[in-house]
Write a protein that binds this ligand. Structure first.
Ligand SMILES: *[C@@H]1O[C@H](CO)[C@@H](O)[C@H](O)[C@H]1NC(C)=O
Ligand SMILES: *[C@@H]1O[C@H](CO)[C@@H](O)[C@H](O)[C@H]1NC(C)=O
Ligand SMILES: *[C@@H]1O[C@H](CO)[C@@H](O)[C@H](O)[C@H]1NC(C)=O
Ligand SMILES: *[C@@H]1O[C@H](CO)[C@@H](O)[C@H](O)[C@H]1NC(C)=O
Ligand SMILES: *[C@@H]1O[C@H](CO)[C@@H](O)[C@H](O)[C@H]1NC(C)=O
Length: 447
């Protein structure tokens, strides 16, 4: 069982990281990596591929695990202790008031982020700032008057945050939400959450409600999940103070009473029941609620029906083309639009069809995925969306990250399950509207 052994060696249990809520954690199979790559800088292609496979519980090719295990020297996991969580409910009435008014500008961690918005007009606009290598995008969210930069994830449905229940060690460098300083915070007694993103990252804890403002768009009793345990990869990623899930509410993990996403809650107050993702290559983009800004795309927006059965922004796909070549049919499959994943995971058939047109592209077992020469000019990849829209992914974006020398990790890799995951590299070329009114995805070429 070599691959099981690898998995076991690679991932330790999150249980070792937890002291405040051990029971809640132990009953979930919640894991964290034990061997950390000391050289990891946040734009590691194989690692992003592993994250994507595991977020969706796909089989991980043994070569990929080997490649990651063999890279860098093993590093011991820090022991992240948590404080007792009993303080959360008390100290009402102290501190700042929740929720600034419409149109208020909010500052980010250090002034790199800003938000404008207008809740009276039923819209909210916030920046989406990429972290090094465009691995993830962060946006400022005001919770009970406190601003945190969160990763908006259209592939999950929990809003969880770094907060004052976590120890100083777990929160060093992070901005934390302190529920005791919000007059609007209310604990939901007995509620808990536990979310595992499968790459070993995850969070678990208790739950309350508070006012959440995203660029002016406001929800007064939004469920806020307060982590009492977070995995090391979130601890290390100090710019990221939590996630804001934007998939369908049926994927929310809060028990015993499942909670609605921010988008589901805010939808009735929006000018239009939509949010849009404007994610850019190495530049600040935006998420906008309630409005489709036609200045951000060219041509007509195509509307693709969403298959909601699994709770994702999922659609059919059945073909592709490479560069300006003729369209090729591919086996009919399903794909999801996932802002919380970095790479594009297509079928093996599409990955093979694409890299077959790239001189020097190899499926490199020592790296665990397809690599291309860094100096290659990559052709565009055209992906069929619902038989309605042909999305052109720019070749330059598919040259994802250097592995070493002239070897770069490909931004398109094969999925090992039936579901294709189209992440941030897809969004860099496409402006995407998520329409909760008629469960469609609007897509058009980004300007
Ligand atoms: C918000 O939008 C309304 C309606 O379009 C407008 O009258 C108002 O001036 C706007 N407020 C701000 C602060 O932008
Ligand atoms: C602000 O944060 C960004 C992202 O974390 C970082 O790269 C930058 O150095 C910070 N700037 C200052 C002035 O602290
Ligand atoms: C919707 O998705 C489910 C699960 O992925 C799949 O079984 C089903 O065939 C899809 N429906 C359509 C109409 O494609
Ligand atoms: C391919 O098509 C794109 C978009 O239509 C065009 O801009 C580009 O010049 C074409 N490239 C070649 C090599 O024909
Ligand atoms: C869904 O809504 C959008 C805009 O609100 C509209 O343009 C589109 O035609 C609708 N699509 C369907 C299938 O109803």
């Amino acid at each position: 069982m070599p691959s099981f052994l690898n998995i076991f060696l690679f991932f330790g249990l999150l249980a070792s990281l937890v002291s405040a809520a051990p029971r809640a954690i132990q009953k979930r199979s919640f894991k964290v990596e034990r061997v950390r790559n000391a050289n990891f800088k946040g734009h590691d292609g194989p690692r992003e591929l592993l994250k994507a496979y595991q977020k969706y519980r796909m089989d991980v090719p043994p070569a990929l695990l080997d490649a990651i295990n063999n890279k860098g020297k093993p590093d011991s996991t820090e022991n992240v202790q948590t404080k007792a969580s009993s303080q959360t409910g008390k100290a009402k009435g102290k501190g700042r008031k929740g929720g600034k008014g419409a149109g208020a500008a909010v500052g980010g961690n250090n002034g790199t982020t800003a938000a404008v918005g207008n809740s009276t007009a039923g819209v909210g606009l916030v920046t989406a700032t990429p972290e090094a290598g465009d691995v993830e995008y962060l946006s400022p969210v005001e919770i009970g008057g406190q601003t945190l930069n969160l990763d908006f994830d259209s592939g999950s449905s929990d809003l969880w945050v770094f907060n004052s229940q976590l120890s100083a060690k777990a929160t060093t460098g992070h901005t934390v939400y302190d529920p005791t300083k919000s007059t609007g915070f209310k604990m939901i007694n007995g509620a808990s959450f536990s979310i595992s993103y499968g790459d070993g990252s995850g969070a678990a804890g208790n739950v309350g409600t508070d006012t959440v403002v995203i660029g002016g768009a406001t929800v007064t009793q939004q469920a806020i999940e307060l982590a009492t345990a977070v995995s090391q990869s979130f601890v290390s990623d100090t710019a990221n103070n939590g996630l804001l899930g934007l998939a369908f509410s049926k994927l929310n993990t809060v028990k015993p009473q499942q909670q609605k996403t921010f988008f589901d809650n805010v939808m009735p107050s929006l000018a239009e029941p939509v949010f849009t993702a404007d994610l850019r290559k190495n530049a600040v983009g935006a998420y906008e609620f309630g409005r489709i800004d036609s200045a951000k795309f060219t041509g007509a927006m195509a509307w693709i029906p969403v298959n909601t059965t699994q709770g994702f922004w999922q659609f059919a796909t059945a073909g592709f083309a490479v560069g300006n070549g003729t369209a090729q049919t591919a086996t009919a499959a399903q794909a999801i639009a996932d802002t919380g994943t970095t790479l594009i995971l297509t079928s093996q058939e599409i990955a093979d069809g694409y890299y077959g047109q790239v001189q020097g592209a190899v499926n490199d077992a020592t790296v665990g995925g397809v690599t291309v020469p860094c100096d290659a000019t990559l052709p565009d990849l055209i992906l069929d969306v619902g038989g309605i829209y042909q999305a052109r992914v720019k070749g330059e974006d598919i040259n994802f990250a250097q592995v070493q020398g002239n070897t770069c990790f490909g931004g398109v890799q094969a999925t090992t399950s039936d579901l294709q995951i189209w992440g941030d590299i897809f969004f860099k070329s496409q402006f995407v509207a998520f329409n909760g009114g008629n469960n469609t995805l609007g897509m058009a070429q980004h300007v």
